[in-house]
Design a protein around this ligand. Structure first.
Ligand SMILES: Cc1cc2nc3c(=O)[nH]c(=O)nc-3n(C[C@H](O)[C@H](O)[C@H](O)COP(=O)(O)OP(=O)(O)OC[C@H]3O[C@@H](n4cnc5c(N)ncnc54)[C@H](O)[C@@H]3O)c2cc1C
Length: 276
């Protein structure tokens, strides 16, 4: 449910930054504590603001718990995210939400899952990973295919061993091997043949740059995965997050309220990719 201190969806509520955990160059995780527990789902987002700087949509990077904490993983892109990057523990940040539909978990119930992420696109999938770890019987084999430009740009690197220990298969590749990297190199879409799942029966959740999403969706479809089980989350410029401002209108859909999570079937039939 959407939380607002005043009943007005445009009025944000405050949270305190508990800790800032650097992840990669220009990417940090901000753990924010709010007064009351927040009820949010993987794939949803908050409108995050700072007085005098502005407001931007940021996906939840953690699973909703009773401890009134939400993790936000933010890449410094411009004015607002730049101001957010100046936050330190104890500072106040403002939130509206959660907004958006979130990932459909029933689509993967009883099936193998392939999570495909590029760069900071791993952040919105992290709550899904946490969810599959906490509910091990819900899906079959869960595999994360993750690609970053270079080893220094891998996010949540410190957590990957724990994910492996808790049953998630994690395959990482980088575009450029640097700093003694001995792992895989190449695009994340070059990892299909390493999968031990039957793609025709599995479900995919994808997040990353649009060029990667396009390639991953198309290739998974050609490999036999049905369109409705190829699921992604899309980005668009948005001001309100609640379907009023019209900035994120794409085809006949609003990314903010109808999405940001869509199946390949919806992406294709509504023409939702922004760079057409
Ligand atoms: C639903 C949703 C969830 C998001 N989740 C996250 C997240 O978890 N972490 C994160 O770091 N970012 C996330 N983003 C992107 C984030 O909102 C933008 O980076 C931010 O709005 C940029 O604002 P700014 O003022 O810092 O930069 P600006 O000065 O507004 O923009 C800097 C540059 O980024 C481009 N840009 C701005 N917004 C977008 C966008 N939405 N898509 C593509 N290019 C854009 C601009 O065209 C410009 O080139 C999300 C966006 C959406 C729509």
């Amino acid at each position: 449910m959407t939380r607002s201190s005043s009943g007005n969806v445009y009025v944000p509520f405050g949270g305190k930054v508990e800790v800032v955990i650097p992840q990669a160059r220009d990417i940090s995780l901000f753990r924010v504590k709010t007064e009351a527990p927040l009820d949010y789902a993987p794939g949803q987002f908050f409108m995050v603001s700072l007085w005098g700087a502005g407001e931007v949509p940021i996906s939840v990077a953690s699973l909703s718990r009773d401890d009134a904490v939400v993790d936000l993983c933010i890449r410094r892109a411009g004015a607002v995210t730049g101001a957010l990057h100046a936050l330190e523990a104890g500072d106040t940040v403002w939130l509206r939400g959660p907004y958006g539909n979130g990932f459909p978990l029933d689509t993967s119930r009883g099936r193998d899952v392939v999570l495909v992420a590029g760069g900071i696109g791993l952040a919105p999938l992290r709550p899904l990973i946490e969810w599959f770890m906490e509910n091990p019987g819900d899906a079959g084999r869960v595999t994360l295919l993750y690609g970053a430009k270079s080893p220094g740009e891998i996010v949540f690197r410190d957590e990957m061993e724990q994910w492996r220990d808790r049953g998630i298969e994690v395959l990482v590749t980088v575009d450029r091997a640097e700093g003694g990297w001995e792992g895989r190199t190449g695009l994340v879409t070059g990892l299909w043949q390493e999968l031990r799942s039957d793609l025709q029966q599995a479900t995919a959740y994808i997040c990353g740059p649009e060029v990667m999403i396009r390639a991953a969706m198309g290739e998974l479809f050609l490999l036999g995965m049905p369109e409705e089980r190829i699921i992604t989350t899309l980005e668009a410029h948005m001001k309100c997050g609640v379907g009023k401002c019209g900035h994120c209108y794409a085809g006949p859909r609003y990314i903010c309220t109808d999405g940001p999570v869509f199946s390949y079937r919806e992406v294709k039939s509504y023409g939702l990719f922004l760079s057409r």
